[in-house]
Design a protein around this ligand. Structure first.
Ligand code: CNA
Length: 385
């Protein structure tokens, strides 16, 4: 079967989803996007990757000094204008939450929220997957998630998949913080680029979660999209075999979205969610992959956006920051722990982690009880395999 033909067939077989393709341009770097909700599906229908260097780093104030509350909606402004208002991004956003000004939080997350669980991200120098791809023998880093490359040679992706398959890693403090947002009734939706399934494992319900780049829970032929039993696919991949479609003999892969593949239908819920958000939290992502990256530009202009990341990314690279943009730079677990302390949620999160982990843990190893007490632990590595 020719590639052109198989590509056309993919479109015909999946009529309810929008075609996405990979490109080397990041929409954020080329446009100022202020799409209407109805225009979002069209505007954000191309999946792209940008490897452009941060061109907007300029001299001036340190990014941490640039959080500016001017020009927010009147209710948020008044919440922040008290003479006793605390300083710093986390304190400011905590105050909004405590005052009840924030009720519909949208979280946008990437691989950085899972590094504390022992899963490398893409782009962190030294430890990221892109810096350690020699063993996969591929011509360029993105090839490992390129559907045409996979068609020719599925082995590199399967080698990586063996390391990423759910079951070997545990959620960390950051995942449980997001679950706590849900338990407090504050989480409108979490949009994650991650494929590790840790959001699901930590108990964030399905209806609160959009796994924009798919997951390992199901599998299908990459050519004809015939479903294939996920467990059988996993067993084959774990045994260094290629699972083969019984219908067209194409290679089967887990339903992880590759560059050049369609995003899941659920992703397009963003057109309703983002306009409803009253706080956007962006965590652990380089915002390099479109159309996901541009989602952060689709909340109302009066809505505060908080970036928790090691370095400034996307619209947070500009200095001074846009009014209403806040960021806390540094290690995510440290930042989230600090945020939880300011909110007064830390003990609750720790308790939730311990209870949930014990339930998961006893399922797999009933003889190991050393994690059962609720005392303080190094939560960064507590769940690492
Ligand atoms: P990325 O491009 O690697 O960016 C990660 C970002 O997180 C970077 O800005 C890092 O500086 C930051 N970061 C990493 N660790 C920490 C930390 N401990 N504290 C603070 N910041 C940190 O990854 P993106 O998610 O932006 O790219 C999207 C890709 C990555 C998606 O297509 C995923 O499928 C893919 N991916 C997912 C996983 C996973 O599921 N865990 C792992 C690796 C790659």
């Amino acid at each position: 079967m020719s590639k052109a033909k198989s590509s056309r067939e993919r479109r015909v077989i999946q009529p309810s989803i929008t075609r996405v393709t990979r490109s080397s341009v990041n929409l954020q770097d080329t446009q100022h996007i202020k799409p209407s909700a109805s225009g979002l599906v069209n505007d954000l229908s191309l999946m792209r990757v940008s490897e452009q260097q941060n061109s907007s780093k300029r001299k001036g104030k340190s990014p941490k000094d640039c959080n500016s509350p001017q020009n927010l909606s009147p209710s948020i402004k008044s919440a922040l204008s008290s003479p006793s208002a605390p300083h710093g991004a986390l304190a400011t956003i905590s105050r909004l939450i405590k005052l009840g000004r924030v009720r519909n939080i949208v979280v946008v997350a990437g691989a950085g929220i899972s590094t504390a669980s022992g899963i490398p991200d893409f782009r962190t120098p030294g430890t990221g997957l892109y810096a350690n791809l020699v063993k996969y023998d591929i011509p360029y880093p993105e090839a490992i998630f390129n559907i045409d490359y996979f068609s020719d040679n599925p082995h590199p992706f399967f080698s990586l998949a063996k390391e990423l398959y759910p079951g070997y890693h545990r959620p960390n403090y950051v995942h449980y913080f997001i679950r706590m947002l849900h338990q407090k009734g504050l989480l409108l939706r979490m949009y994650t680029q991650n494929i590790d399934g840790l959001e699901n494992l930590c108990g964030i319900p399905d209806d609160k979660l959009v796994e924009a780049h798919g997951n390992f829970a199901t599998a299908a032929c990459h050519l004809c999209y015939s479903p294939y039993p996920a467990e059988e696919a996993k067993q084959a991949i774990m045994n260094d075999k290629i699972p083969i479609c019984t219908f067209c003999a194409g290679a089967v892969k887990p339903n992880v979205v590759f560059f050049g593949e369609d995003l899941p239908e659920k992703y397009f819920q963003h057109a309703e969610d983002f306009p409803k958000a009253d706080l956007l939290m962006i965590m652990g992502t380089s915002l390099k992959i479109e159309p996901f990256a541009s989602l952060v530009n689709t909340v109302k202009s009066t809505v505060p956006r908080l970036l928790l990341n090691r370095d400034p990314v996307g619209p947070f690279e500009r200095q001074p920051l846009k009014r209403g943009d806040y960021m806390e730079l540094g290690d995510l677990v440290d930042s989230v722990r600090k945020f939880a302390d300011i909110l007064g949620w830390h003990s609750e999160i720790q308790h939730l982690m311990n209870c949930h982990e014990n339930a998961l843990f006893y399922k797999t190893d009933p003889n190991s009880g050393e994690n059962s007490d609720s005392s303080e632990t190094d939560s960064r590595f507590f769940w690492t395999k």
